[in-house]
Design a protein around this ligand. Structure first.
Ligand code: FNR
Length: 357
């Protein structure tokens, strides 16, 4: 198939399922336990409806914004996902090229198949890359990794905090237990470390200061917040942004869908939402431009997508990644015009009915 035959992000998923070696498909697509959070992440968007306004001049739609102080063509970025090389030989570099062409930020995973150095070499002028870390109990090792990312030119440090231990991912476990992997299933990167010291379960809020000290001037993003109270704590401890996320349903099953966490924040601490030097991102289950508009109406500054970019890169490399962004862009534009707004700042809760959320 040519990439032009792809009409929606869900098409990429269907094609990728056929194309990927089984072990890779199960690794990418699995959620934890009964996969309730995986399902509910997307379903939460289905439970929110629009209240479109008509008879307004909607001839000047503009979707550009700033993410962590840097211009972005759209209010979205590539979430960090491990091991993109399982189905795409170029791995994360394919994403770098696509994200560069589309003008959006890529956040590289700690467990990427390609090094930050490789990725930085592929960036266009002005293109930004964030780097995500899982802090280890070996603090010196983590400090060294953050300093390296800083020196290599990472634009921001994303510390993932919902992975003190890996979730129990049933489909992935079954897939690897039930069959001997065929030769082509062999991962390009070593398996994720089983050693629990690779993820520090002792990490606390005071460590934000430590992380910030290792990358002077770079924004630090706390990724994996699932309750509104932790947004307030992140602000109090000097983080520059949070990602409301349950890790794409791969960690604590039944963790709130991120859209619900954002809704809770609106109810319990509305003043946390539009702080001048603090941004709120949301990821998990975002598959259409309308999902993005809903998150923005509730006060998100931008959204991240994980699996769709892996699937897009599987079949079509950087062209697929760029196409995925263009699909979302078209959907957002149609959505904004039909909703009656020209600018992202105009979006607000008045455009939503959240009574079924
Ligand atoms: C992830 N995610 C993730 N997050 C992170 O901080 N570091 C990582 O290495 C990974 N690895 C990873 C691998 C795979 C295969 C998936 C699907 C996800 C979580 C990711 O950043 C993001 O939170 C979710 O992917 C968002 O959900 P969607 O967009 O995949 O529904």
């Amino acid at each position: 198939f040519g990439v032009d035959s792809v009409v929606s992000l869900n098409d990429f998923e269907r094609y990728a399922k056929d194309l990927l070696p089984a072990v890779a498909w199960y690794y990418y697509s699995t959620g934890a336990d009964g996969e309730h959070s995986l399902f509910d992440n997307a379903d939460a968007y289905n439970r929110v409806h629009f209240r479109p306004r008509v008879m307004r001049d909607v001839t000047r739609v503009d979707m550009s914004t700033k993410i962590l102080g840097v211009e972005s063509a759209l209010p979205m970025y590539v979430s960090p996902t491990a091991r993109n090389g399982l189905g795409q030989p170029l791995g994360e570099v394919a994403v770098t090229r696509g994200a560069g062409a589309a003008g959006i930020l890529q956040v590289l995973s700690h467990y990427a198949s390609r090094s930050l150095e490789d990725v930085m070499k592929e960036t266009k002028e002005g293109q930004k890359v964030g780097w995500q870390i899982y802090t280890s109990t070996d603090r010196e090792k983590s400090a060294k990794q953050i300093r390296e990312a800083y020196e290599l030119g990472a634009q921001s440090i994303w510390v993932t905090v919902d992975t003190a231990i890996l979730g129990k991912r049933e489909r992935e476990r079954r897939a690897t237990a039930e069959r001997e992997p065929a030769a082509h299933d062999k991962p390009l990167t070593p398996p994720l470390p089983k050693n629990s010291a690779a993820h520090d379960a002792g990490l606390t809020w005071k460590d934000i200061k430590w992380i910030k000290s290792l990358a002077p001037g770079l924004p630090v993003v706390v990724k994996g917040v699932g309750a509104w109270e932790d947004v307030v704590l992140a602000q109090q401890h000097g983080a520059d942004a949070v990602v409301l996320s349950n890790h794409g349903g791969r960690q604590l099953d039944y963790a709130n869908p991120p859209l619900k966490t954002l809704h809770d924040l609106n109810i319990h601490s509305p003043s946390s939402i539009h702080q001048p030097n603090f941004q709120i991102f949301v990821d998990g289950g975002i598959r259409h431009g309308t999902d993005i508009l809903k998150a923005l109406c509730l006060g998100a500054d931008a959204v991240g997508l994980g699996r769709p970019f892996i699937y897009a890169a599987t079949g079509w490399g950087s062209d697929g990644v760029q196409k995925a962004v263009m699909i979302l862009k078209e959907e957002m534009e149609i959505g904004m015009i039909l909703l009656g707004v020209n600018k992202l700042e105009e979006l607000g809760p008045q455009y939503l009915d959240t009574s079924k959320l």
